[in-house]
Design a protein. Structure first.
Length: 179
């Protein structure tokens, strides 16, 4: 068996980063959620625990002007402005419309699969008409990048269209080391 790794470490998108004060922060694809039944089963089989992802209470957002805003809920109404919220809404609506046309069991069979797959989420967002406004584009890329624990230039729009609601519900317990 051969293992190919494109990075200078094993683990792909999963690792633990150490901050200067010694705090460990788990990064990358360590979330599992709705539809990940096989992964839940594998974690149980291997004795790897999970814990619920914290998603209640206040969150913080750092806006382009360098200010930090607190907000509750999913969308940071404070600090990004009405135009940006509308732009984000348009982008999410466009993606929902795309999702209606993508068969969940065979996304490659969508009538426009080749057209959509020729772009990354990043290029789709940056096209301007899909998500108008620079702040809205930044926010959408940040959110979708977080869902996929990947840069949006590495994700195709049909994959993004298939995100189930409340995608990231649990984290995997344990340390994810750089080797």
């Amino acid at each position: 068996m051969a293992v190919l790794e494109a990075r200078d470490r094993v683990g792909g998108r999963v690792w633990t980063e150490h901050l200067d004060d010694g705090t460990e922060v788990d990064l990358g694809g360590t979330w599992i959620g709705a539809g990940h039944d096989r992964l839940y089963a594998l974690a149980e089989e291997l004795g790897v625990g999970t814990y619920p992802t914290y998603d209640e209470g206040e969150s913080l957002i750092l806006t382009e002007d360098g200010k930090i805003h607190r907000f509750e809920g999913t969308i940071p109404f404070a600090g990004i402005g009405l135009f940006s919220l509308a732009g984000m809404g348009l982008g999410f609506t466009e993606m929902e419309e795309m999702a209606k046309q993508v068969p969940i069991e065979a996304p490659w069979e969508a009538a426009r699969a080749n057209e959509w797959d020729a772009h990354s989420v990043a290029s789709w967002v940056e096209a301007g008409l899909n998500v108008p406004g620079a702040t809205a584009r930044s926010m959408v890329q940040l959110l979708w990048g977080g869902f996929f624990t990947s840069d949006t230039s590495e994700v195709s729009p049909p994959a993004c269209a298939l995100l189930p609601p409340r995608q990231c519900q649990h984290r995997i317990l344990g340390k994810h080391r750089r080797w």
